[in-house]
Design a protein around this ligand. Sequence first.
Ligand code: HDE
Length: 696
Amino acid sequence: MSQFELSKGGANHQKPEGKDDVMTTAQGAPVADDQNWLKAGARGPSLLEDHIAREKIFHFDHERIPERVVHARGYGVHGTFELTDPIPELTRAPVLAGEKGKKTPVFVRFSTVAGNKGSPDLARDVRGFAVKFYTDEGNWDIVGNNIPVFFIQDAIKFPDLIHAAKPAPDRGFPQAQTAHDNFWDFVSLSPESMNMIMWIMSDRTIPRSFRLMEGFGVHTFRLVNEKGEAKFVKFHWKPRLGMQSVIWNEALKINGMDPDFHRRDMWAAIDAGDFPQWDLGVQVFDQAFADAFEFDVLDATKIIPEEQVPVRIVGTMTLDANVDNFFAETEQVAFCTQNIVPGIDFTEDPLLQGRNFSYLDTQLKRLGGPNFTHIPINAPKCPVHHFQQDGHMAMQNPKGRANYEPNSWGAGDGAEANRGPRGCPMRGFTSAPVALEGAKVRERSETFADHYSQARQFYVSQSPVEQTHMANALTFELSKVGRMDIRKRMIGHLRHIDEGLARQVCEGIGLPEMPDKVPAARDPIADLPESPALSIIRNAPNSFKGRKLGIYIAEGADAGVVSALKDAAAKAGAMVEIIAPHVAGAKLSDGTMLEADEKIDGGPSVVYDAVAVVMSEASARRYDADKPSIDFVNDAFAHAKFVAYVPAVQPLFESAGVWKWMDEGFVDVSKPADAEAFIEKCAQLRFWDREAVKQD
Ligand code: HDE
């Protein structure tokens, strides 16, 4: 039967197998044919009467909901939080104070901030790290980021910040990047953003994977114990696999090769049963510490260095399930900073206070009504009792006669349930009784006035390689800024942070002389101690676990070497992908055929943490003019990756221009025993010395 005949009216080409397989309308009526609109005669016209077609198109027309204004591009996964060190002395929230080993389901959504929903994953951007805990006492959301500070101190500035960062309104570009005039204009006129600028110009904004980044609640919150005693707290997520980032040139290429790089990585890890984990840590401090601290703990542009207040690990989050449906879960999940539970409380941080309004408001617009808590991904997993009713899409209206309180239904008639719920002073949420005073003013506290000291502290705490990356990032971004006065103004700020950094950027953009310093609201403290915890490289995990090795093979590749590499990688807990000139794979030296995961131009070295090139000399000659093969080798070299090879690949490595530059990052794996030595080296993740050599 031809395809045409199959799709002719009434002829359902796939017969339903059982009752549940019969297609129905949304109203449940069985459908005979949903591939042909009802027509007056086979050649039309189409009849408006076709309720089946109209229902199908009507629903399709409304498939989209507004994307998030910020954090539109995101990826959500399910998991569990396990309490390992309960802290009942600090909080009465069972999620943190219950029995050791208590488990709480979570849903986590990672995101970028500036880009639209379809933008690439590896934009230089802050990553959202939002966690919804479905606790026994209601949903608790830590709507955090992978950077512990923020651009601005007061929520009223948020629309300006986001307008400036997003595409310019007149032209509608650039997409998902801050390398443009409007952004640098805004931040250079908002000195409070300087600490955050240091963070976003660091490698933190180009993470290798969601699995390899930290998370932070950013604001100072409060923990309140059973006695009503409150302490301040900052929340931290520490990835068990350690932190890792890519290099900027690599990020640019990955965005082209695989715009879904981060979501694919997360999906694949979970799908393979390689569940990512983070420890949840708390930094707890009291009013006396807050009073003595150099900065205001309510100022979200500041951190509290871990060296000053250690992070105490209280539990572990394991992400172990991908969503069943991206829209239903990832798109419809509604995080709200105001979702807190008894035992946790807000502070007066003006950014947090503004957010507490914004998130609820935005859900109304995005999800279309006040009943978004009825959508499964947002619904608490504990009992819910209240008198809220009706509205769009109401699915859980309260039962019974009483829909108000106080009421006297149920009193004495034995049917207590009829009267509905009541507030409970013992169990219910109570705010920490913080004393407030002051006149109504539109003012920023004097204690928020230091804009440079912690920016400097961040910069000096980085390793030399990371400092160079920061200077390069600033140079890249400012080179995309057209207006000279904006470039100069930015360097005028950098001079307060570090004269050496300012000079490098000044030279990088080709300015003949250093611009004047921008007047500072308060003189920076130049000698804050270094905080080694702020560096990614200084805290490298020394492990290749969870990373990915790409082995490029071609006809005649030594079978023993390939299998030794695979075994060594598996032993280290790393993943392996085979790349070949054809996706069908290649015949190895022992005559076996090894199937490829990627064809060479779809599997460039930028998507791997380390690579191996194993082929016969004849193959190396055959591909020594093949551009994707050359790029594979060349990029691996340029991005400071560890490279395993066999001497036969010389012709290809020569035409890629790397043969004469081979350094200790290259490992000859001709003997199978060398494979283990190579994978051991890969635990360093990158051969940074190569970058240093190139810069000399
Ligand atoms: Fe958000 N932010 N934000 N934000 N934010 C949103 O809420 C907002 C801020 C963060 O995966 C929106 O549901 C204001 C800081 C994450 O669904 C919106 C201010 C931090 C996510 C909103 C901030 C964040 C959002 C857009 C200034 C780190 C994604 C869609 C006071 C601590 C959550 C939505 C997800 C999303 C407002 C600043 C993190 C418009 C007004 C600081 C991770 O409500």
